[in-house]
Design a protein around this ligand. Sequence first.
Ligand code: AHR
Length: 674
Amino acid sequence: MPFSFRSMASMLSATILAASCTQQPAPQEEAAKPVAAGESTIQIDAANVLAEVQPTMYGIFFEDINFAADGGIYAEMVKNRSFEFTIPDIGWSQPQSDKFSMNDKSGFASIIKKQDGSVNPHFMRVTSKSASGYCLTNEGFRGMGVKEGAQYDLSIQVRVQSGSPKLKVELADEAGKSLGSAEIVPSGSDWKEYTASIVATGTAMKGKLNIWFDGESVTDVDMISMFPKDTWMGRPKGMRKDLVQLLYDLKPGFLRFPGGCIVEGRTLERRYQWKKTVGDIEDREVLVNRWNTEFSHRPTPDYYQSFGLGFFEYFQLSEDLGAEPLPILGCGMACQFNTGELVPMDELEPYIADALDLIEFANGAVTTKWGKLRAAMGHPEPFDMKYIGIGNEQWGPEYITRYLAFEKEIRAKYPDIIIVSGSGPFPDGEMFEYGWEELKKLNAQIVDEHYYRSPEWFLQNADRYDSYDKNGPKVFAGEYASQSVAIASPDNKNNWQCALSEAAFMTGLERNADVVYLTSYAPLFAHAEGWQWTPDLIWFNNLQSYGTANYYVQKLYSNNPGTHVLNTSIDGKPVIGQAGIYASTTKDESTGELILKVVNTNAAAHHVNLNVAGVAGLASTGNLQVLSNAHLEQINSFDEQSIQPVSSEVAVSGSDFSLDLQPYSMNVLRVKMN
Ligand code: AHR
């Protein structure tokens, strides 16, 4: 079998099963009988600072998978707005007409492909034959989310070939009931953009856009686009507000973008090329999304990249979120799970130039070629990009050679840029060992690691970084997520068992903040009907969105990072999950607080005695946030988000006090130090 995401899934599920049969500890399934509460003592030495927590410690990773961009955060409602999908009328229909009849009374539509070399060469020619009109309908991304009272702004490029057409643009619900309309009267035989707004008179999860062409006429249309007026920051043609808000609430330290395997492409030709994602929207070349047909169990043949969320919008979003941009660029290697095509070393220069030019686009003076474009797009100030990632999940000597070529030129021109390299798709094994060994020899600055493993693996590896060389390259845990079934299985769930195991594991990331500089869960978003990969941090449909249990684990960490790691032990020993308890403590120098994170992976409550040394005393009360659920299989959903942190004030007596941890719980205590 050729190596593929599917073969990776079966290989890993065998490994994971073997591991979970032989190793301890694992969260115990709910017992029928009550389980006896345990007891542990956590010692914290507030005078013993082990490491600084980097401001980048808890970040996010955005990839256009699961309709994350088009159909997701990028609020465009029209699918295939410029007729550039491989089958150019995907998303469009003529419900009132017989497409296959030459005698249909209403008219017909043809796709025309310009031969002038333009990047988006198609447009539609509509021949309306009758006064009652010809109707063109766009189905949106699994429908269009329409909210009563909200305004929707449409734009369309039109030129009139003959007649005097009137266009009625109409929002309709699933059943075809009109939710409001507006009229456009185009004129002239040159392309012009027309706009119209509709305030919806009703709500629909799967609304659609109808465009009626009234009167006998021939009309050309292109770039038919519709956005809600109410976007993130009110930007026209901007981002979906609820989804960005969920990201904003995470207070992410960085934003990794655009992938993931999407960076590499299944072939080199179809790799992500940032230069094709900037400038005027209509000049951004539409590309088939690499996740389109990756999984036969979740085919999404209508998944393309319009790049309306391109690199300018990415930098702008990073700025909005207060997150450091961390772009990842292809290094001349197509995805090794697919073709693995390689660019010959003596032809790598344009790829390296892309990296150098991206730095100029982000940071260069407005007098430079790419800085000038950034300014023209509305951001003359530099974005102050500090990091760049070279390659995603590459492995083998081919990667190291290409990485080195990139590193040499980036270092020479931009010595202050921090370069992130990668150790391949797995957190162990020969590819991983080889990558790390070579990157260590090269004194790489930060190495990206990925782990999609079972909850048991996460618990067993909470001490993973205790043994890492503190003087070696720093770690970017760039993609991780606990898998309830197996990597790439469509049956994986964002259940509490997985989230709890991540919470326990993350104590180990935090305790080793002198090695681990950046971390991010993956993937970030999934459309409830358009997904290819699960689990995912945030789920949405056309109207709603919610954070999973995993989201709230991330949020508790990223909202409570602290600035310095304090020495923490359990029952006098380094934390390894003894008695199912995992812990990490930081202090926040700016607020003078001690921040304890303690995770109880037991089915029973657990009594924790806390002994804080190295402080004159603690305030008499602290704030405790608890994320818990009695059922490991529990998930959040659109209807019910039962797994959310609950905040309360707790009494703290002196520097020796205790906490009673709920079964299966993550706890964050913040208390002022005297
Ligand atoms: O997160 C989904 C995919 O998993 C990413 O694109 C890739 O880097 C990893 O294999």
